[in-house]
Write a protein that binds this ligand. Structure first.
Ligand code: SF4
Length: 432
């Protein structure tokens, strides 16, 4: 119960997620998950390594096998599933009803979790799947908190998983043809190009010339011409264009106490393609929140999210955060463009630590210098830190490092303490 489940886009991301406190990870089955193009688990060897690493830590590895296959793919998908099962993942995440039934018949010992793509929105549907032997349901992201709680009340023996953080579709959890229409890439075969989240520009001519584009200055909105009484949809254009179909991201930190009181089993973070920094910071935030609430529950105290959890989230950017549909109402979803993180950003990822010189070899992600307000983020916490000097990739003394390069950062040993597992660390630049 209260599992923290994180995305594993590849082996590296998987290791960071586990280091920062995930209880379990989910990774795509090569060619048959809904992140087929970006999946870093390219073959059975990658999967075997991921499963073995995760199990060594006493944690769980779920295999996402959630394409919606056409006839032509059925046999290949069946064969791929049987090979993957031999590697002993802890569960398969499946969306297609035919494949759920087939798996229950040919491999009844395998734990099946029903993918969010199956859009389970009520307790009758949940009971139906439970009757087929499904162990866990990943609930539709469009549900309100009261609906989630009622499904748990009516299906107490069924494991329920909810998305608590990350991007959402503007369609009903992925059953969408927008990407097919705009780019000929089929979302339901794992090839979505995130068409809803991209910026668009309105051109007056039939052959757009990007270099000649004139920004539309002023306030704009879309209005249904047949329903003038409907509120207009605001169009907010930035330098990249207008994101009129792009949903805000979920951040359900504040709903965690209610979800835990209701007995939800698993809290899922979205984002198999996100950076290792984003993933680490988000996992860290929810780890602290779940641990604090668990302790408060056991002590009979009111459940509160620790300030540190919120602080961690303030260091990641997104499309503007909302608590999903859990608190409603719907329109708040589709209003925002990209927002910078209010707390600050990642300055550099630590690649190695030299104990003798108290220095870190870093990969610079954002420009930073000696005069910036820095913190060191580690799996055991985020601490203020000071640097005494820096060298660039040529070994020259510098007072500023630039993105896309490597450098050496010398720490002031009195303030900064490196943990043992230093490869999972980052320098964070606070906004001042
Ligand atoms: S285009 Fe957008 S709504 Fe459609 S599947 Fe892709 S991410 Fe989801």
């Amino acid at each position: 119960m209260f599992e923290l489940l994180a995305p594993a886009g590849d082996l590296v991301r998987m290791k960071y997620a586990l280091a920062y406190g995930a209880d379990a990870v989910y990774a795509g089955q090569p060619a048959f998950s809904l992140r087929a193009r970006e999946n870093g688990f390219k073959n059975l060897d990658d999967l075997a390594e991921g499963i073995e690493y995760t199990h060594r830590l006493g944690k769980k590895f779920y295999l996402t096998s959630n394409v919606i296959p056409r006839n032509v793919k059925v046999e290949a998908f069946q064969n791929a599933l049987l090979q993957a099962i031999d590697l002993k993942p802890d569960a398969l995440i499946v969306a297609d009803p035919g494949f759920v039934g087939w798996l229950r018949k040919v491999r009844p010992e395998v734990e099946v979790h029903l993918s969010v793509q199956a859009n389970t929105t009520n307790y009758l549907a949940a009971q139906f799947w439970q009757g087929l032997g499904v162990r866990r349901i990943i609930l539709s992201r469009e549900l309100r908190l009261s609906e989630i709680v009622e499904i748990k009340d009516r299906c107490p023996d069924l494991e329920l998983e909810v998305f608590v953080h990350g991007a959402v579709c503007m369609s009903m959890s992925g059953r969408c043809m927008l990407s097919n229409w705009v780019t000929r890439r089929d979302a339901n075969q794992g090839a979505c190009d995130n068409s809803c989240r991209m910026p668009y520009r309105l051109y007056a001519n039939p052959e757009p010339q990007c270099e000649n584009y004139q920004e539309h200055v002023g306030e704009f909105s879309l209005q249904r011409t047949d329903r003038p009484e409907l509120p207009p949809i605001a169009l907010d254009e930035d330098t990249w264009g207008t994101y009129f179909m792009s949903s805000r991201d979920i951040c359900a930190l504040d709903v965690i106490p209610e979800l835990m009181k209701a007995g939800l089993d698993s809290f899922k973070i979205e984002g198999r393609t996100k950076s290792v920094y984003y993933l680490s910071q988000v996992v860290r935030s929810y780890r602290m929140a779940i641990d604090a609430c668990k302790q408060q529950l056991e002590s009979g105290l009111p459940l509160e999210i620790p300030e540190e959890s919120r602080k961690a989230i303030s260091f990641v950017d997104g499309r503007g955060f909302m608590p999903g549909f859990m608190r409603g109402p719907l329109p708040q979803n589709y209003e925002s463009t990209h927002e910078d993180a209010p707390g600050g950003c990642v300055a550099a990822q630590v690649l190695g630590y030299d104990d003798a010189t108290n220095s870190c070899r870093v990969n610079v992600k954002n420009p930073f210098g000696m005069d910036d307000s820095l913190e060191l983020m580690t799996p055991s916490g985020q601490f203020p830190c000071e640097i005494s000097s820096m060298k660039n990739f040529k070994g020259e003394d510098v007072d500023r490092l630039h993105p896309g390069t490597e450098g050496i950062v010398f720490l002031d040993g009195k303030i900064c303490k490196m943990p043992e597992n230093d490869i999972f660390c980052f320098f964070i630049k606070r906004n001042t």
